[in-house]
Design a protein around this ligand. Structure first.
Ligand code: HAM
Length: 429
């Protein structure tokens, strides 16, 4: 065994060369969520294990098999969060944000699930999560789905399928559960082992089994949509009309039940056929009983979470435009007088152009070595300041990418000259 320390399986580094789309996604998402009136809520990564047991459900895969749980030195049972919704509800209850008021919030960050790692499925991954509390009407279901659709547009990604379904009220679900159970029990011998085990605990999950033999049985199962009561059916119909009115295409997938227990009414998933087996990029739904279940005032809720790794992968595959993050300018300086002046000149340049990405040579080296670093940095221009230039109050500006002849200019006009040169060819990746 090598004694090199490596990252934990399924937990990835995002290297500097790959971070630009992450930064872009977060900036675009935060800006977009604000335009819909959603404000950021920042949550701890660790919560009490009980929170997830109660919120996500005892017999879900997430709680049964996938949580990173531990006892801390004080004897508390804690878990790394496997999702953000439970923490968001906990925080809103704890801080009294749900009494007679609506809340529109978003959160983001790493979440942890002990799943079998493969392309698009990790043990630490990241979510961008949006939640609306205190609104029972279907207009907010449409708003929540529209936010995701708007994000795809702003990022320039597409080709998704939006699948929606309704799980109705807990009563509808209970009635349906009984009918489904009766049907599945009659076909128990043909079900796979996992599904047979679920009969006793969470038979709805049998509906989204991927085992072919089980899928055949499921094809003949009673339909959840047939069990919706009038109010739930009307709610779902209004959501569909709202999506139609906004021109958001969807398909109704009656088998969409979701892997977390808290859902009621509308559930949805945005999937893509460009990422292989891990095809869900964004998923969510309504959870009208969850706040009360966790000890808060009766408060409806709805939201979604985006899998950031999957969305970033899709942005890459589809060539979504991402602002460049490499330096634009590399500042070479050599000789005592020049090197004494260079830091102040660099600070002035950055202050006069707050978005300028300027790398100041550090660690010495002759001009040749510095120009080599400049080239490797990806910068478009090198600034060259030797003692001769420093004595005259000038500096050389040299293109590293064949964009015109070198020029010499005075320090007082440098900021303006650079701005013009850089604007001549706007940044892209
Ligand atoms: P979820 O479907 O469990 O829902 O996860 C949301 C998204 O996270 C998935 O659609 C997928 O993109 C991504 N994801 C899930 N597991 C992994 C993994 N192992 N590796 C990489 N990406 C993954 C929730 O978490 C709910 N809290 C969503 C929600 C918010 N419902 C209401 N509000």
């Amino acid at each position: 065994m090598s004694n090199k320390i490596q990252a934990v399986r399924g937990m990835n580094d995002v290297l500097p060369a790959d971070a630009a789309p992450w930064q872009h996604l977060h900036a675009v998402a935060a800006g977009l969520f604000a335009t819909y009136g959603y404000r950021e809520l920042r949550l701890p990564v660790v919560e009490r294990t009980d929170l997830f047991r109660r919120a996500v459900g005892e017999v879900t895969d997430v709680v049964e098999k996938e949580m990173y749980s531990f006892t801390d030195r004080g004897g508390e049972n804690l878990s790394l969060r496997p999702e953000l919704t439970a923490g968001a509800v906990r925080a809103c209850i704890e801080h009294g944000l749900l009494f007679h008021q609506q809340q529109r919030i978003w959160c983001s960050g790493p979440v942890f699930r002990y799943e079998r790692p493969q392309a698009g499925r990790y043990r630490q991954f990241h979510q961008l999560d949006v939640e609306a509390f205190g609104i029972a009407t279907p207009d907010v279901d449409v708003e929540i789905i529209a936010i995701a659709a708007a994000l795809w547009r702003r990022l320039g990604v597409g080709g998704f399928t939006l699948q929606i379904n309704s799980l109705g009220t807990p009563q509808t679900r209970a009635g349906y559960r009984a009918a489904l159970l009766e049907y599945l029990r009659a076909h128990e011998d043909a079900l796979d082992e996992d599904s047979r085990r679920r009969l006793g605990s969470n038979p709805l999950r049998v509906l989204d089994s991927k085992v072919p033999a089980t899928r055949e049985i499921v094809a003949g199962a009673p339909r959840l949509l047939d069990h919706l009561d009038a109010a739930a059916a009307a709610h779902f119909a209004t959501v569909r009309r709202g999506l139609d009115a906004l021109g958001i295409a969807y398909t109704v997938n009656e088998r969409l039940v979701r892997g977390l227990d808290y859902y009621t009414h509308t559930v949805f998933e945005w999937t893509t056929n460009q990422l292989g087996a891990q095809d869900a990029v964004c998923a969510g739904g309504r959870y009208d009983g969850l706040v009360e279940h966790l000890g808060g005032p009766p408060t409806p809720g709805i939201g979604f979470a985006i899998g950031v790794e999957r969305l970033v992968a899709l942005m890459g595959l589809q060539g979504a435009a991402v602002p460049a993050a490499t330096p634009q300018v590399y500042f070479c300086h050599f000789g005592d007088a020049a090197s004494a002046q260079a830091p102040r000149l660099a600070e002035e340049l950055r202050a006069s152009q707050p978005k300028l990405r300027l790398l100041l040579n550090a660690g010495g080296g002759g001009l040749k070595a510095q120009l080599k670093r400049a080239d490797a940095s990806g910068a478009r221009y090198a600034l060259i300041l030797g003692d001769d230039e420093a004595g005259r109050g000038v500096i050389q500006v040299k293109s590293l990418r064949g964009e015109g002849e070198p020029l010499t200019c005075g320090w007082n006009e440098l900021a303006e000259r650079l701005a013009r040169l850089l604007a001549a060819r706007p940044d892209a990746t």
